[in-house]
Design a protein around this ligand. Structure first.
Ligand code: PGA
Length: 261
């Protein structure tokens, strides 16, 4: 594989979803921050709900732990009730999750919108974590490759080549999210290979060799080591388990597996 020669820094992000308001966020970060800080060789990212980002930043600002938002709108300001803008995130967050399957399925986000957001994130010095993944019915109908191709081509079109190292792609099969049924490493490897091939077609293998591709979907402290041992999996996007101290073990699993490689 083209990516084999380059060493990508692993990245583990915790997506808290709609959990932990400001005071709960504060209390939970106090519990895990010291342990997270001690783990070297891996990017550690916490993604609180928007209302808790400032409280989280007050604790993580001077640490090696980065923050990510779970979503943003592409415009800088204006009459967009309920939305948050890249200008508001800048300085607080280093990353922003875009196109999570829950946003796509429950809030009608399209590849076209996700693409606008990804372009806007990069233009405002935020690193997008762009999620793609097939539904169970897609997989059962052998449509995984087609669905992934449409999402990758649509969501990641026209990105500036010189900024591709700031792009993170999260492969999250929808059937694995919150179900306790993680993809096998083989399944993850196969789809990540498809994603890498698509990125290579769009931007060239060299320009995309540094793009990190995470796996997400029922990652736990129990399966993290096996996932992390797979060279093509550069990290994890963790939902449920990021609400517990298990998140620290998952981060550690990736740091250890990747430092041996
Ligand atoms: P999960 O969620 O780890 O709870 O399956 C992952 C995600 O939605 O990012």
């Amino acid at each position: 594989m083209s990516g084999a020669a380059i060493r990508r820094r692993p990245i583990v992000a915790g997506n808290w979803k709609m959990n932990f308001g400001p005071s709960d966020a504060h209390a939970f970060i106090i519990r895990i921050l010291d342990d997270l800080e001690r783990i070297a060789g891996v990017d550690r990212v916490i993604c609180p709900p928007a209302i808790s980002i400032a409280a989280a930043h007050a604790l993580t600002g001077a640490s090696g732990v980065a923050l990510g938002a779970q979503n943003m709108y592409d415009a800088e300001r204006g009459a967009f009730t309920g939305e948050i803008s890249p200008l508001m995130l800048r300085g607080l967050c280093e990353y922003v999750i875009l196109g999570h399957s829950e946003r796509r399925a429950l809030f009608g986000e399209t590849d076209e919108l996700v693409n606008r957001k990804a372009l806007s994130a990069l233009a405002h010095d935020l690193k997008p974590i762009v999620c793609v993944g097939e539904r169970l019915e897609d997989r059962d109908a052998n449509l995984t490759e087609r669905v992934i191709s449409t999402q990758v081509r649509g969501s990641l079109a026209g990105l500036p080549s010189e900024r591709l190292n700031d792009l993170v792609v999260a492969y999250e099969p929808v059937w694995a999210i919150g179900t306790g049924r993680a993809a096998t490493t083989q399944d993850a490897r196969d789809v990540i290979a498809i994603i890498r091939a698509l990125l290579g077609e769009m931007y060239g293998d060299e320009a995309t060799a540094g793009v990190r591709v995470q796996y997400g979907g029922s990652v736990t402290a129990a399966n993290a080591r096996e996932l992390a041992a797979e060279p093509e999996i550069d990290g994890a996007l963790v939902g449920g388990a990021s609400l517990t101290v298990d998140f620290v073990d998952i981060v550690r699993a990736f740091a250890e597996a990747k430092s041996l490689g």
